[in-house]
Design a protein around this ligand. Sequence first.
Ligand SMILES: *Cc1c(COP(=O)(O)O)cnc(C)c1O
Length: 462
Amino acid sequence: MKYISTRGQVAPIGFIDAILMGLADDGGLLVPTELPKLSAETLAAWQKLSYPELALELFTLFANDEIPRGELKQLVDASYATFRDAHVTPVRRIHDGLHVLELFHGPTFAFKDIALQFLGNLYGYIAKQRDATIHILGATSGDTGASAIEGVRGKEGIRICILHPHGKVSRVQELQMTTIADDNVLNLAVEGTFDDCQRIIKELFADVEFKHQYHLRAINSINIARILAQTVYYFYAYFRLADEGQAGAVNFSVPTGNFGDIFAGYLAKQMGLPVGKLILATNENNILERFVREGVYQPGEFRGTYSPSMDIQVASNFERYLYYLCGGDAAAVASYMNAFKQEGRIVIEGEKLAQVQADFAAYGVRNDECLDAIGGYYDQYGYLLDPHTACGVAATDAVAGEGEVTIALSTAHPAKFNEAIELRGITQSYPEQIQALFDKPQSQTVVDGTNDAVKSELLKFF
Ligand SMILES: *Cc1c(COP(=O)(O)O)cnc(C)c1O
């Protein structure tokens, strides 16, 4: 299997090269040339596998034998050995129609660890194999940064610089990133929003000369390895319900920001996993909800919400979906993206819009609905939702039909977002790893939101 760009101007490349390229050199995103179709027999066999075994099978399909199986197995095992739950991603029953897939048992208590523990180890492997220098540059709305730093801190041959919006991440997120003492880590706090951070790194990556000269590598979900790693838990969760006699399709509800996680679910469905509704949950930054309902993809005004990791207007992975929606027609994607650049919007109509609405059910959760879900589920079921998970659960309540079974993805531990939990008068106790952060010294550099300011800090660091 090879990887090509959604905009069609990159010659097919292998798995490792695709990971190293990150953003495609033509400004598009890399996608696999074909998707494996899994038979019922394969799915039945996979149902018996542990999480790391399942991850190994899925990565084997996408990695082209570029990494010998024994070594790939070591990378996978090391990546999931850091999780605190034996299932890695356990599924909890809330009631017959709703199960929560807990994705937050990794080192930084958010789902990003699932892909970034693996990607960190993969970069370590590539650095050794190819004797390559790896300089990671990433933007974060809070969780990716902590998770990426945790994935590579102290690793030889790797340096990492993370941009986050100054003062716009939760207290725990900020501490997780800025209390890491390893000297291969640089935190830049940018005066601006996450969209500013993301735009800056997208532009620096698009400067192919700069990118090559400084060996810049991506950890954002523009990196295809992230998406592939996130397909695993859709299968794993489906199998856990199947173990209990659930037959047929189940819905998945996904709190969405950059469209990465839900795109992984879309791929799992395309590969043959029996997925019913794929519920796209947004917060008040509901550009994606409007896209599914009306076919218009157009960033609006930034809204601060209780779920800051979803406070995103321009969803970087949206282009990958567009590619599949256009039946793999890269010229059509390039022309849509060009229109987006010129006019600030993309309009999808007719049969294509019908397809979008067949692929996703969307719901934008208002701030008060998010808090109500946190309070309501705590009172009724004794289960504490973090505000991102609460968006997915509230969206499920809004769009799942009678008798349907939904797995809602829980993307973070509530302790990461106590700001919202407190508002409902709920007192939680922090896990000890999070409690310990409050006593550690912080280090970060505040910069203004321009490419030049960031570039100059980068040059000093690399
Ligand atoms: C990143 C993140 C999301 C959004 O995931 P995307 O892949 O960007 O759609 C949702 N919840 C939490 C807690 C996150 O960290």
